[in-house]
Design a binder for this molecule. Structure first.
Ligand SMILES: *Cc1c(COP(=O)(O)O)cnc(C)c1O
Length: 378
């Protein structure tokens, strides 16, 4: 079955006892056993819950994975992946990663004896040069936040495997609709379901998908042992969001292409960053490894912090706030929001200026979005 069909049906047979078409919210902690040594498929909801299991099966199907696990947030999912590391192990990470992942690496992993180093993700050779005998995980995100740079997933997977390491990719920005990293050689995909998968800015969640049975077993053990599971109601919300992932992503992307074109020609915009623009330095790679360009668009306003502040205050349809991936359009100021913990010098080096605005393009009417940006840029 094709993607859109699986997004609606995978893991979600009609309920055998009632015929309910929609997967019920199994708001139960425990399950009846038949007798001693005769347990039922479910025993205790930290271990497994039918609503969560349906979501895990559906997501695994969409990413082309054999196993999926859902956690209480994207960060809980990331925490489960690094749980397999021991003191002395090394994570070779892209420098361009989500701020919360960086915080976890530096403040949770490093004090526990795990080594981490960072390389610019745009050239796979950087990864080859930085591999060490201790490298167990190579960690990337593509496209990145907020500069929308890409990493050649197949090339970095080959480098990781040659060094005996596994490639993990945070696929939150692209979603499985536009990019399926396991098919390109990645070993593990993580998601913040809080973003496009939930899609309505009303649920936090995280997921870990893999084809590697041994890794899946280790992650599943950690899920049960550490307990950061996704609740039944939140699983249900994410399942409901997933059903419209394909149509939402198509509309998100169509709007994003139109907005990127609009910004590109605007006299008050210095630079527009979007992998779908032919002048994006990795446009060809985007076409090769993605089936769409996503809907995150960043741009640099002509000016600095003051001009960016005026712009966000004038917005009427876009909301100035954190997060991304919901049906509503959002604008963020990376220098003072997602990347505030970096020093001004580090930000400067990374290319995140005070005039940079990151847009999460929603699925409102394109005329209203364009008009809103136009009046706010006046
Ligand atoms: C938001 C986000 C996360 C963290 O997810 P939470 O659900 O907020 O814990 C991880 N990676 C990326 C790329 C994100 O955008």
């Amino acid at each position: 079955m094709k993607f859109s069909t699986r997004a609606i049906h995978a893991g979600q047979e009609a309920d055998p006892t009632t015929g309910a078409v929609v997967m019920p919210i199994y708001q139960t902690v425990t399950y009846k056993f038949k007798g001693i040594d005769d347990p039922m498929p479910f025993e205790y909801s930290r271990v497994a819950n039918p609503t969560r299991s349906a979501l895990e099966e559906c997501l695994a199907s969409l990413e082309g994975a054999t196993g999926g696990l859902c956690f209480a947030s994207g960060m809980a999912a990331i925490d489960a992946v690094v749980s397999i590391l021991k003191p002395g192990d090394h994570i070779l990470s892209a420098a361009q990663i989500y701020g919360g992942t960086f915080r976890h690496f530096e403040h949770i992993c490093r004090p526990r004896g795990i080594e981490i180093s960072y390389v610019d993700c745009t050239d796979p050779e950087n990864f080859r040069r930085a591999m060490t005998p201790g490298t167990k995980l190579v960690w990337i995100e593509s496209p990145t936040n907020p500069l929308l740079q890409l990493t050649d997933i197949a090339a970095v997977a080959a480098i990781a495997h040659a060094g005996g390491a596994k490639l993990v990719i945070d696929n939150t920005f692209a979603t499985p609709y536009f990019q399926r990293p396991l098919e390109l050689g990645a070993d593990v995909v993580v998601h913040s379901m809080t973003k496009y998968i939930g899609g309505h800015s009303d649920v936090l969640g995280g997921a870990v998908l893999t084809n590697d049975l041994k890794l899946h077993g280790a992650f599943k053990f950690y899920q049960k042992a550490a307990g950061g599971v996704l609740a039944p109601f939140d699983s249900w919300l994410a399942l409901r969001g997933l059903k419209t992932l394909a149509v939402r992503m198509r509309q998100h992307e169509a709007n994003a292409i139109a907005i990127a074109q609009f910004l590109k020609g605007h006299p008050r915009v210095r630079q527009t960053l979007f992998p779908g623009l032919p002048e994006h330095p990795q446009h060809e790679l985007a076409k090769k490894q993605m089936s769409g360009f996503g809907a995150m668009v960043s741009f640099e306003i002509d000016g600095g912090r003051k001009e960016a502040d005026q712009f966000v205050r004038r917005l009427k349809v876009f909301t100035f706030g954190e997060s991304l991936g919901g049906v509503e359009s959002l604008a963020a100021h990376p220098a003072t929001m997602s990347h505030a913990s970096m020093s001004p010098e580090e930000r400067e080096k990374a290319g995140i200026t005070e005039g940079m605005i990151r847009l999460s393009i929603g699925i409102e009417d394109i005329d209203d979005l364009r008009h809103d940006l136009d009046q706010a840029l006046k």
